[in-house]
Design a protein around this ligand. Structure first.
Ligand code: SF4
Length: 63
């Protein structure tokens, strides 16, 4: 699975960083980015939750 954050949609609420800080981190500008290229199995449920809970629908995960 791969995850990405659309920088045009992210509003910096931080829900994803709280939900799965091993995958999502703050950028210098105060938005979020996915910091792992390939999501390990143990984080896939949390990434799915982050996708579902993002208020801006800015996160996509595939694979
Ligand atoms: S939850 Fe969505 S809007 Fe909030 S920081 Fe993460 S990607 Fe950005």
């Amino acid at each position: 699975m791969k995850a990405s954050v659309d920088p045009d949609r992210c509003a910096g609420h931080g829900d994803c960083v709280s939900t799965c800080p091993d995958v999502f981190a703050w950028t210098a500008d105060g938005y979020a980015e996915a910091v792992l290229d390939e999501i390990p199995d143990q984080y896939q449920d949390l990434v799915a939750k982050a996708v579902q809970d993002c208020p801006e629908h800015a996160i996509s995960a595939q694979g």
